[in-house]
Ligand binder design. Sequence first.
Ligand code: AHG
Ligand code: MN
Ligand code: MN
Length: 351
Amino acid sequence: MIGVNTLQEFVVARQADFAGATGDLSRLLTDIGTAAKMVNRHVNSAGLSGILGVHKANGNTSKNVQGELQQKLDVYADDTFTRVLKSCLKVGGIVSEEQPGIIHVDHSQRGEGRGYGKYMVCIDPLDGSSNVDVNISVGTIFGIYRRKSPLIDPATTSDFLQPASALVAAGYVLYGSSTMLVYSTGGGVNGFTFDPSIGEFFLSHPNMQFPAEERVYSVNDARISNTDPAISAFLADCRDRGMTARYTGALVADFHRNLIQGGVYLYPGSFDKPEGKLRMLYEAQPLAFLAKQAGGETCCHHHDLLDITPTSLHQRTPLFTGHPTAIARLRTMMAASAHPIPEPAGVKVLR
Ligand code: AHG
Ligand code: MN
Ligand code: MN
């Protein structure tokens, strides 16, 4: 049953919960909703509009800064989100999975005399993009930090290298059987479903919380042969408890299912790649923030992920996130492991 609140109404109503709120964050969140609608339109018509497959520039396939092949929709989603975010006066800088460095946003160059905005946005414009060609769910993940350096100069790397516990807001869009936007500004997690006939997101999942039951574990089992044996033991224990396996290859879709049904997502590091695959700033940290707000927990092999300060923009991290008691059991088992994965380079722990 679709609720009465549109995303915009809800965001503005929530603004009143924060003393001294100026409406700047509300504007930014509704702009993200607008970009999500634009990407949604393309994702839904990808097979018809010739935008399946890999992106080519001058006849050659292109790779992003991580060395991953870019899909056409990766490039479209990146262009769309960065264009919308750059036009938002509150944004001072963007870090995207698809671009190597900080995208600085100087509003004074547009004659608006405002300099740089106060919010730093980290974004995975299209998550799980290899799913597009086979018509399976994909997503977008975003995290918003408040800038620390003065607004008169371009943002610095350290404006982005903040722990997940410092996030002002985070969320994701899931382009699935229906399209949803789920976000939190720290007072719980709320989900909105897109009604394409009206062109609006409506509140459909108020105050999302992990259910008490543990039903699902999500892991690519091709990634567990060369990792901490405690993880295989944990998965065997999950099966003994009657949990079932589900894995889509899109982190957003797996996280969302686990949030609704009660589950845990695992992407470990390995002995030859202790840092794993997923990216700290625009995959792990926003989802860790949302998980916490929904009563869940998130860790890498050795620490609570909310306690880690990133040391580089495209840093990778092992990620275990979801149901709190499942994560607690996993942490206990990994802490007692005879063959733990070594700490990846560049891990800086807050406490
Ligand atoms: P992206 O498409 O943004 O690069 O992210 C893909 C990620 C994540 O969504 C997913 O959970 C994971 O890669 C899947 O990796 P494996 O194919 O190794 O399982
Ligand atoms: Mn991703
Ligand atoms: Mn991506």
